[in-house]
Design a protein around this ligand. Structure first.
Ligand code: THU
Length: 127
């Protein structure tokens, strides 16, 4: 799948976000090594810390379906700024994704900045 299609998938997932408290809708599309794509949105809760980010929704959907090898993720929100994964999601991704895993940080116009997990999370914690 090419980058534009991955971003389109993230943007579609954003439409499904449940974000009544922040009003900030986020979508993610995670590309597996075999080409399959899992998407996710943020899902908020009245008890705020229970909320889940779009990236982890996509990651957990993939892992729970037996996928553990990933190439890239696209992240998009309603913002005109490029959306960058939060620290918790960086750590969650580092469990399954190597340092060269590609992160496309998108804005609401579908433009993107490309980086890597190691650039976003140097010295990731692991056991
Ligand atoms: N959010 C994400 O889904 N991904 C991120 O990387 C940053 C934050 C969500 C969590 C919450 O529902 C809303 O954005 C505002 O923080």
């Amino acid at each position: 799948m090419d980058t534009e299609n991955l971003i389109q998938a993230a943007d579609q997932a954003r439409q499904k976000a449940y974000a009544p408290y922040s009003g900030f809708r986020v979508g993610a599309a995670l590309l597996c090594r075999d080409g399959r794509v899992f998407t996710g949105c943020n899902i908020e809760n009245a008890s705020y810390p229970v909320s889940n980010c779009a990236e982890r929704t996509a990651l957990f959907a993939a892992v729970s379906e037996g996928y553990r090898e990933f190439e890239a993720i696209a992240v998009i929100s309603d913002s005109a700024d490029f959306t960058s994964p939060c620290g918790v999601c960086r750590q969650a991704l580092s469990e399954f994704c190597g340092p060269d895993f590609t992160v496309f940080m998108c804005n609401s116009s579908l433009a993107y900045r490309q980086t890597t997990l190691s650039a976003l999370l140097p010295f990731a914690f692991s056991l």
